[in-house]
Design a protein around this ligand. Structure first.
Ligand code: FAD
Ligand code: NAD
Length: 469
């Protein structure tokens, strides 16, 4: 007879493993199923996403700092050299350590782990097919689908993870490509493009729309593009790749204007396809019980509930930003709802960070979104050029922008380009979660000299009294 669980979670990414931890904390009997062939838990994020990309961003940033910025600080080195093998190994070590940490957390919270592909056979019934072909059946009062997302393919540019790679291949080039063409000027393209540029590649970005990071605040994405151009990244905006031909060594791409027109040829050593991700649902058995999906394949949910009783969906496989912390919050709230508690996620306040140098971070609404909704707003800005810590550290690129309601002063959005932006945004997110006003930030004492004083000055600027500019 199959074992009965309160919850069977399919997929052990940040959505799934955090749902499992919360379920364990709440005394529910939980199981988690993961099909990754390495047997490692942690999903895309820990294995081939957030963690390995941040490990390479950190190391390559230090490499470039040592190469180009130490001199400004009066530090002499005997010449900086790259040991790519070792850099990749420390990235793999970070992944190894953190995935082991998730295994430990499953044990600690008494979550049963099943390695293999999960398929929903009927409501309350999941079949697990292990890599060796063996099967087992799990019975569940509730099933949470947390199967995440996969790379969106691009017609005519077939990924081989050698010369034409997805983000996964771009985490493991065994040599620095001379010329890397990135298709898609979104988060993955700019983060991984930055890694390889810092390590010595020429990087060209082909973006379909007329600006990079197109979902971010317009002013922020324009300024960020200028900063990246200054660093040497080449942009081909409003352009599309229509085909790729593998050469003996390298790739020949056909690039043309997004609106159509004359095609050009671009030769390069490697191509990174980073045009977005799509929900991962193949082999999951959604059709066996008619779980509803939308036209793009995302599972349709209402507060994590699908159209089938006892079947829930969280994280990248359902709607909302495809971010690890959003998946995590979904997982926690979904487990709480199953346990009869009031689980809830505030999707208006999911921060987003691009971990480049400098970083880009935002929370809440953009100026464009607010203006098009007819909102009456006021805006405060402050450049890092006028922030004492930024000047002292020779890291003055970027600015802080705070948008507040013109009448109530409630903060509606914050957008930052600048070193440390990813840490600074948390302050504003917390203020916004409490329904705070720009004046709340402006009147909060901030330590000096810190970069976060720029956030306070931008908040002061909302009401026209920024003091240090
Ligand atoms: P996933 O992490 O995708 O996990 C789903 C798991 O389900 C996978 O392990 C998969 O093997 C498993 N699975 C699928 N089908 C089955 C099945 N039938 N049976 C069993 N198991 C199955 N987000 C951030 O917030 N910050 C970042 O810095 C960041 N960097 C990223 C960098 C890269 C290169 C990429 C690709 C993504 C990055 N993301 C980042 C996005 C982040 O990784 C995802 O939003 C997050 O992993 C989604 O979590 P999830 O639990 O929904 O799904
Ligand atoms: P994305 O949606 O961020 O960017 C894709 C870009 O490709 C967009 O700018 C889009 O206009 C462009 N594009 C689409 N089709 C194109 C085409 N045919 N030719 C040229 N350009 C085209 O997607 P991504 O960068 O692939 O990242 C996928 C997901 O992973 C994102 O949702 C992101 O949130 C998540 N992620 C997050 C982080 C982070 O939080 N730091 C890091 C990496 C990935």
């Amino acid at each position: 007879m199959s074992e009965m669980f309160d919850i069977v979670i399919i997929g052990a990414g940040p959505g799934g493993y955090n749902a499992a931890i919360r379920a364990g904390q709440l005394g529910l009997k939980a199981a988690i199923v993961e099909k990754r062939d390495t047997g490692k838990l942690g999903g895309t994020c820990l294995n081939v996403g957030c963690i390995p990309s941040k490990a390479l961003l950190h190391a390559s940033e230090l490499f470039e700092t040592a190469e180009k910025r130490f001199d400004v600080l009066g530090i002499k080195t005997g010449g900086v050299a790259l040991d790519l093998k070792k850099m990749l190994k420390q990235k793999d070590d970070a992944v190894e350590g953190l995935t082991k940490g998730v295994e430990f957390l499953m044990k600690k919270n008494k979550v049963a782990v099943f390695l293999g592909a999960g398929e929903i056979m009927a409501p309350g019934k999941v079949r697990v097919t292990a890599n060796d072909g063996g099967t087992s059946e799990l019975a569940a009062k509730n099933i949470i689908v947390a199967t995440g997302s996969e790379v969106t393919p691009l017609k005519g540019v077939e990924i081989d993870e050698k010369s034409i790679v997805s983000s996964t291949g771009a985490l493991d080039f065994n040599a620095v490509p001379k010329h890397l063409v990135v298709i898609g000027g979104g988060v993955i393209g700019l983060e991984l493009g930055s890694v390889w540029r810092r390590l010595g590649a020429k990087v060209s970005v082909v973006e379909y729309l007329d600006r990079v990071l197109p979902t971010m605040d317009g002013e922020i994405s324009k300024q960020f593009e200028r900063i990246l151009k200054k660093q040497g990244v080449v942009f081909r905006l409003s352009s599309k790749v229509t085909g790729a031909q593998r050469l003996k060594s390298g790739v020949k791409l056909s690039v043309e204007p997004a609106a159509g027109g004359k095609s050009e040829t671009v030769e390069c050593d490697a191509v990174l396809v980073a045009i977005g991700r799509r929900p991962h649902t193949n082999g999951l058995g959604l059709e066996n019980i008619s779980v509803a999906t939308d036209a793009r394949g995302f599972i349709v949910t209402d507060n994590f509930r699908t159209n089938i009783d006892g079947v829930w969906a969280i994280g990248d496989v359902t709607h909302g930003p495809m971010l690890a912390h959003k998946a995590e919050d979904d997982g926690v709230a979904c487990a709480e709802l199953i346990a009869g508690k009031a689980g809830h996620v505030n999707y208006d306040l999911v921060p987003s960070v691009v971990y480049t140098w400098p970083e880009v971070a935002c929370v809440g609404k953009t100026e464009e979104e607010l203006k098009s909704s007819g909102a009456d707003i006021k805006i405060g800005k402050f450049p890092f050029m006028a922030n004492s810590r930024a000047k002292t550290n020779h890291e003055t690129d970027g600015f802080v922008k705070i948008i507040a309601d013109a009448k109530t002063d409630r903060v509606l959005g914050c957008h930052i380009v600048g070193v440390g932006a990813g840490e600074m945004i948390a302050e504003v997110a917390a203020v916004m979660e409490f329904g705070g006003a720009s004046e709340d930030i402006a009147r909060t004492c901030h330590a000096h000299p810190t970069r976060s004083e720029a956030v306070r000055q931008a908040a002061m600027a909302v009401e026209g009294w920024a003091m240090q500019i």
